[in-house]
Design a protein around this ligand. Structure first.
Ligand code: XIL
Length: 375
C-alpha cells in the first residue's frame, strides 16, 4: 500500500529527531506487516514515551474528554491486530470513549467457512474496549459487502437466506449481548440514487429484510441501540431521503430502530452545509443520530493549507453534532493516518484522520477539541 509522507523540515529539536528516527523504524513494521522485525519492535517500544508525549499534548483535553464535556462520546474504528503496538494502543486508550471494529465483526471475518466461526479478533476488540470502559459500536450485522464466498455463492432459496441472516444476527449479537452500546444492524441499504441496493438480502426478502434484521437484533441483545448506517446521506439527496423515508416507515410500523448512522467519509473542503439540518431531520423522527465513520481526505501529500481546511472541516462536523440534541457522538474511521482505508480506496487521497502517521496530533485534532469545548 502506498504510504503518504509529509515532507518534513530538517529536525530542529531533539524530539523532532527522535520522531523521525521512530518514523523510519515504523517503515520496517509497515513493510513487514505482522512479521515484525524484533529489533525494530524493541526500538519502537523504546520510543513509545516520545510517541505518548506526542499523542496527548500536556494540558490539552483528549478527544473523548472534550466530547464528554457535552455528554457525547468520541470514538474510532480500530483493528485489534495493532493492539500490541504500544503507540497505537496508548492513543486508543487515551483519546477514545468508544470503539468500532473496522473489520473484525464483519461476516467474512467471523464465519469464513460455513459453521466455522472465528471470534478471535472480535473478542479481542471487545475485551480491549471493556477493559477501558469504552463503548462499543458493533459493525455490522447485515451488509452486501465483505460476505464470505460460501454465502454469496450459495445458491440459497429465499427462505434459507432469511434464516441465514437471522441465525447470524442471533449468533453474533447474542455472543456480545450486554457488551455492545450500538449495533449497525443494516449497513448501506441504498444506492446513491436512492434505490434499494441489490444484495443477497434484498433479493431474497425485499425491503422487509431491514425490519426482520432489526427484530432479530433486538431479540438477541435487547439493550443495544439498533442503527441503520449509510454514506452519502449527510446532505439532502435522493439517498438521504430514501433513508429518511425508511426510518420513518420503520418507526410507524413499530420496528425496533433506535438510531441512524451517518458515515461521513468526506473530502476536505466539501462538508455539506446542511449536515446539522439533516441530522436534526433524522432526529425529529425520534431516533438518535451519530457520525459513525468520519474521515476527511486530502490530496496527498498533505500540506499546511490542506490540513488547515481539514481542521476546519473536523470542527464543522463536531459543531453540527453538538447542535443536535440527539447526536450521541462522533466516530472516526481509524485514528492515525498510519492505518486508514483511504489511500487504498481513493487514489491520490489520504491523511484523513486527526493523528498523523507518527501518531502526532494534527490541526484537525486541535480543531476538534476546540469545537467540543468552545463555549
Ligand atoms: C472498510 C475498511 O476500512 C477496510 O479495511 C475494508 O477493506 C473495507 O471496508 N463503509 C463501511 C466500512 O461501513 O465497513 C468500510 O470499512 C468503509 C465504508
Amino acid at each position: 500500500m502506498w504510504q503518504p509522507r509529509t515532507a518534513r523540515p530538517a529536525a530542529r529539536t531533539l524530539q523532532e529527531a527522535v520522531w523521525r528516527v521512530a518514523g523510519l523504524l515504523r517503515c520496517a513494521r509497515n513493510d513487514a506487516g505482522r512479521r515484525l522485525v524484533s529489533s525494530c519492535a524493541a526500538l519502537t517500544a523504546a520510543f513509545s514515551l516520545t510517541f505518548a508525549a506526542a499523542a496527548a499534548p500536556a494540558g490539552e483535553p483528549t478527544l473523548q474528554s472534550a466530547a464528554a464535556s457535552t455528554g457525547r462520546y468520541f470514538g474510532a474504528a480500530l483493528d485489534p491486530d495493532h493492539f500490541d503496538e504500544k503507540a497505537y494502543a496508548k492513543l486508543a486508550t487515551e483519546q477514545l470513549g468508544a470503539v468500532t471494529p473496522e473489520n473484525a465483526m464483519k461476516w467474512d471475518a467471523v464465519e469464513p467457512r460455513r459453521g466455522d466461526f472465528d471470534w478471535d479478533r472480535a473478542d479481542r476488540l471487545v475485551a480491549f474496549a471493556r477493559a477501558r470502559g469504552q463503548k462499543i459500536r458493533g459493525h455490522n450485522l447485515v451488509w452486501h459487502s465483505q460476505l464470505p464466498a460460501w454465502l454469496t455463492r450459495g445458491p440459497f432459496a429465499p427462505a434459507e437466506v432469511r434464516e441465514l441472516m437471522t441465525d447470524h444476527i442471533a449468533r453474533e449479537a447474542g455472543r456480545y449481548r450486554g457488551a455492545i452500546y450500538a449495533w449497525d444492524v443494516v449497513n448501506e441499504p441504498f444506492t446513491d440514487d436512492g434505490r434499494w441496493r441489490q444484495s443477497i438480502w434484498y433479493d431474497a426478502m425485499g425491503a422487509d429484510y431491514v425490519a426482520i434484521a432489526l427484530r432479530a437484533a433486538r431479540a438477541a441483545d435487547p439493550d443495544a441501540k439498533l442503527y441503520i448506517n449509510d454514506y452519502n446521506v449527510e446532505t439532502e439527496s435522493p439517498k438521504m431521503r430514501a433513508l429518511y423515508d425508511l426510518a420513518a416507515a420503520l418507526k410507524r410500523a413499530g420496528a425496533p430502530i433506535d438510531g441512524v448512522g451517518l458515515q461521513a467519509h468526506f473530502v476536505a473542503g466539501h462538508i455539506p452545509s446542511d449536515l446539522r439540518a439533516v441530522m436534526q431531520k433524522f432526529a425529529a423522527l425520534g431516533v438518535d443520530v451519530a457520525i459513525t465513520e468520519l474521515d476527511v481526505r486530502v490530496r496527498t501529500p498533505p500540506d499546511a493549507k490542506s490540513l488547515a481546511v481539514q481542521a476546519a472541516d473536523y470542527a464543522a462536523v463536531v459543531a453540527a453534532c453538538r447542535a443536535v440534541k440527539r447526536c450521541v457522538g462522533v466516530t472516526t474511521w481509524g485514528i492515525t493516518d498510519d492505518y486508514s482505508w483511504i489511500p487504498s480506496f481513493f487514489a491520490g487521497y489520504g491523511a484523513a484522520l486527526p493523528f498523523d502517521e507518527d501518531y502526532r496530533p494534527k490541526p484537525a485534532y486541535f480543531a476538534a477539541v476546540r469545537a467540543w469545548t468552545a463555549p
